[in-house]
Design a protein around this ligand. Structure first.
Ligand code: ATP
Length: 237
């Protein structure tokens, strides 16, 4: 579904991503793990067109999306939940969800959006309880839920999640990861960028390890979970 070849990204003279290849197959849950500053967020931003590429080719469902902006990508079925969530803090939860459906058009749009809001509330009951509350008043975990629910309103084929566990309590992280699993079980392909390597490797099918702008290891997530190098570098063992 997503194919990235020889991706390079630089900030001025700083080479943050040094030529990486990455593949995500339809229906897969793939994780990109690595420590602070490895280049994970830069990779995500390059994939979604918010940073220019130095070089490389990105294909989504067989079509080049290199250089496309976020709007185009969402229309094509690639939605992103950025690091820090990016919810509209001065809008209500309901309004945030409606904003997520901005690409839904046509005569049945109204019914589809209403239906999808019901589904979002079924997945995230806590959001329904607070639907008329301003998003800025939500806790970090609730905002993460809202950001994911909002991204799902465009009915994406694929979801890119950047560090959903960041700043959350262990219980909330577990909840968010349960939702990631559920989203995948509903047929959405997922690329999950995470510093919480242990949990990410537990829920993913495959994984890539990024270090200093390069992919240094890749394979089945369960194999990497038991790999001594991964255990020493990322699982604190
Ligand atoms: P984190 O988990 O801390 O977000 P990361 O793996 O996502 O880490 P990036 O944020 O992609 O890493 O950063 C990769 C490298 O690029 C780092 O060396 C970082 O200092 C550098 N970098 C990131 N953003 C900028 C920027 N706007 N200008 C200059 N250098 C940057």
């Amino acid at each position: 579904m997503l194919s990235v070849k020889n991706l390079k990204v630089a900030y001025g003279g700083i080479q943050a991503v040094k030529g990486i290849d990455l593949e995500v197959g339809e229906g897969e849950l793939v994780t990109l793990i690595g420590s602070n500053g490895a280049g994970k967020t830069t990779t995500m931003k390059a994939l979604t067109g918010s940073l220019p590429l130095q070089s490389g080719e990105i294909e989504f469902v067989g079509q080049s999306i290199t250089g496309r902006g976020a709007w185009d990508l969402v229309v094509q079925g690639l939605a992103m939940v950025p690091e820090g969530r990016g919810v509209f803090t001065r809008m209500t939860i309901l309004e945030n969800l409606q904003m997520g459906a901005y690409v839904v058009t046509g005569s049945s749009a109204k019914a589809q959006v209403a239906d999808d809001i019901d589904k979002a509330f079924a997945t995230f009951p806590r959001l329904e309880e607070r639907k008329n509350q301003l998003a800025g008043t939500l806790s970090g975990g609730e905002q993460q839920m809202l950001a994911m629910a909002r991204a799902l309103m465009s009915r994406p084929k694929m979801l890119l999640l950047d560090e959903p566990s960041m700043g959350l309590s262990p219980i909330m992280v577990e909840k968010i990861f349960d939702v990631v699993r559920e989203v995948r079980s509903q047929g959405v392909t997922v690329l999950l960028v995470e510093q919480n390597a242990k949990l990410a490797l537990q829920i993913a099918d495959r994984a890539y390890v990024m270090e200093s702008g390069l992919i240094t290891m890749s394979g089945q997530a369960k194999d990497l979970l038991h790999d001594p190098r991964v255990r020493a570098a990322y699982l604190g063992e």
